[in-house]
Write a protein that binds this ligand. Structure first.
Ligand code: MN
Length: 398
């Protein structure tokens, strides 16, 4: 129970407490934690001696705090829980609460490297059937390693940032033409944010996932399918993806998702030793995709074939180092049903089966369209934990 008005029973109660960076009035950007419909000013709380984090909370990004490591993350979370539940602290803490409606949320961390995986079997199989009809839906390597690529960290933007329709080379019957993408799409994904770095030349084992990963964001990996289809062979995604990737403004700490870990799907054939995680745990996150305010899909993250611990182990198995602020995303989350897919490529089966929305029929995104991805997870004692939404609106090509 918290003394914060309206927070009990909400999906942003004291069992959640996601971190973000906000601006309020004329004051400098600062770190806050969300509780109910308020943001607790953590820079103010640390300055007042209410919480101790080596000065890391007085920064304009989460990076310094994320670099402190799990013992400190847990200690700060316990202290925040104490401050927000014990009425004895109310007089000191309440002046540091800012109504959510009065703040502007910024990108919560400085993104170091950005990697995107491709770990949903249903998504990979759907894409295989759409692009390589008549052939096996999965390529031979897919069940042996988590497929991924390095994306563009500098174009990761916070939820709410408009997305300008990209231009590029699009394939056509008489060769490529240059112009605005006509097949602009989304990818509903879950991103994992690294706090604790690792040295070059070393590996991070599946067992060390929780020592390195600070928390979780929702991700929309905007994708221009026509640009992508023409450019991707033989080196993979490039300009069809790099124009913008949106993340939620709130980073949900792993500790808030302790009750959401579930055994992942059985893996056959058996995976390489460095990918063997015992227990093999995924996350029961239930995503929702809204297209211009209409719910069009509910992708179940629990169906992902590769777990976030396996992705991290694979990402570093060659000795690549981790940096604070590294972001790795899961890949499009798609379940087995059409109403569970995480891209419009799948929802409309390559554009062949348009969907009906109140505002008109759609295959891919039109200018002015807004897509919002939300998610919930089971919390302790039957409660629900909400992840911060990621939303964006398409602006016309320049
Ligand atoms: Mn993606």
């Amino acid at each position: 129970m918290t003394w914060v008005t309206g927070a009990d029973g909400s999906a942003y109660g004291v069992t959640n407490l996601p971190y973000g960076v906000f601006v309020h009035g004329e004051r400098e950007p600062r770190i806050g934690v969300r509780v109910g419909d308020f943001v607790l000013d953590l820079a103010g709380a640390e300055a007042a001696g209410l919480v101790l984090a080596a000065g890391a909370l007085g920064r304009p990004t989460l990076n310094a705090f994320m670099a402190l490591g799990r013992p400190q993350w847990t200690a700060v979370r316990q202290r925040l829980t104490e401050l927000l539940t014990d009425p004895a602290h109310r007089a000191a803490v309440e002046p540091l609460l800012v109504p959510l409606g009065e703040v502007r949320l910024l990108l919560p961390f400085e993104v170091a490297d950005y990697v995107d995986f491709y770990s949903s079997e249903h998504h990979a199989a759907n894409v295989g059937q759409i692009f390589r009809p008549g052939q096996p839906p999965l390529l031979p390597n897919w069940r042996h390693l988590p497929i991924g690529y390095h994306g563009r960290a500098g174009t990761v933007v916070v939820s709410g940032t408009p997305v300008t329709r990209p231009c590029g080379q699009r394939p056509g019957p008489e060769g490529p033409t240059y112009g605005p993408s006509a097949r602009l799409d989304i990818e509903a994904e879950v991103g994992f944010v690294v706090g604790v770095p690792s040295p070059l030349g070393s590996r991070v084992s599946v067992d060390d996932f929780a020592d390195h990963v600070f928390g979780v964001v929702l991700v929309n990996d905007w994708s221009a399918r026509d640009i992508q289809a023409w450019e991707y062979q033989p080196l993979g995604p490039f300009l069809g993806k790099s124009f913008a990737t949106s993340v939620s403004a709130w980073v949900t700490p792993l500790d808030a998702l302790a009750d959401a870990f579930r055994p992942g799907p059985e893996q056959d054939p058996p995976v390489a030793d460095y990918l063997r995680d015992v227990p093999h745990l995924g996350l029961d996150l239930r995503l929702q995709v809204e297209w211009n305010g209409e719910r069009v899909s509910e992708p179940p993250f629990a169906t992902m074939y590769w777990t976030p611990a396996q992705q991290l182990a694979h990402l570093t198995v060659n000795g690549a180092s981790l940096r604070t602020g590294d972001l790795y995303a899961s890949g499009t989350v798609s379940g087995p049903e059409r109403g569970q897919v995480g891209s419009f490529l799948e929802l409309t089966w390559g554009g062949a089966e348009p969907v009906k929305l109140d505002g008109g029929t759609r295959t891919f995104l039109e200018d002015g369209d807004t897509v919002t991805i939300t998610a919930t997870a089971p919390g302790p004692d039957g409660t629900t934990v909400a992840l911060g939404e990621v939303t964006g609106t398409i602006l016309p090509a320049r």
